[in-house]
Design a protein around this ligand. Structure first.
Ligand code: IMP
Length: 183
């Protein structure tokens, strides 16, 4: 789905597919360098990180393994519920692995803080975070995102894996959802 297909649902276009792609390739180059010889375990957070994981992993020139977790922090609305639950855990062990969490967006940072703490207790060799987007609120919770795509405003955004009520994940770029869609 292209930005033009849902242009009237968006109050603003933040990034096109090409801009996101170019940034993800830069991030992959950093990951290549930092993890050379260490075969990182990329842990994608379903469902939002699917696009980021697909693009980041394919842009790498080093070997990596991929696994997935599903966590719920939002319902189907637009505000954080503050409740974090593991809906699906990983299939492989993280013990002594170099874990790179791949997340779509960091908003309050609540999901990531919980996840980092949870994975750290399983004795990985290291844990870092790669996220496509970060909202200003994240700074307050001091979540360190080593590989960040873009800092964005605190508006509710959709596209590149991010949904509103299950829709827009397949949108190629990133845009601000018009309040008229959810009010
Ligand atoms: P946090 O725990 O507040 O950082 O929220 C993280 C999760 O909330 C993300 O992984 C997304 O699934 C979802 N989320 C946060 N902001 C947005 C947004 O603007 N659009 C769509 N989903 C969002």
């Amino acid at each position: 789905m292209n930005l033009d297909d849902v242009r009237s649902d968006l109050s603003q276009i933040l990034y096109t597919e090409a801009q996101i792609q170019a940034r993800v390739e830069e991030l992959a180059a950093q990951v290549d360098e930092d993890y050379a010889g260490r075969d990182p375990l990329l842990v994608g957070i379903l469902n939002g990180a699917v696009m980021m994981m697909a693009d980041l992993s394919r842009a790498l020139t080093i070997h990596c393994e991929m696994d997935w977790m599903a966590i719920s922090s939002y319902g189907s609305g637009i505000a954080s519920s503050g409740v974090v639950r593991i809906l699906k855990d990983m299939n492989v062990s993280v013990v002594d692995r170099h874990v790179l969490i791949v997340e779509d967006i960091v908003d309050t940072g609540l999901t990531l803080s919980y996840l980092i703490e949870n994975l750290r207790s399983r004795n990985p060799a290291s844990i870092e975070v790669c996220a496509g987007f970060r909202k200003p609120e994240a700074a307050r919770n001091h979540v360190h995102v080593k590989y960040l795509g873009f800092d964005i405003p605190s508006d509710f955004v959709v596209g590149y894996g991010l949904d509103y009520a299950g829709r827009y994940r397949n949108l190629k770029g990133l845009g601000v959802l018009s309040p008229s869609v959810y009010s």
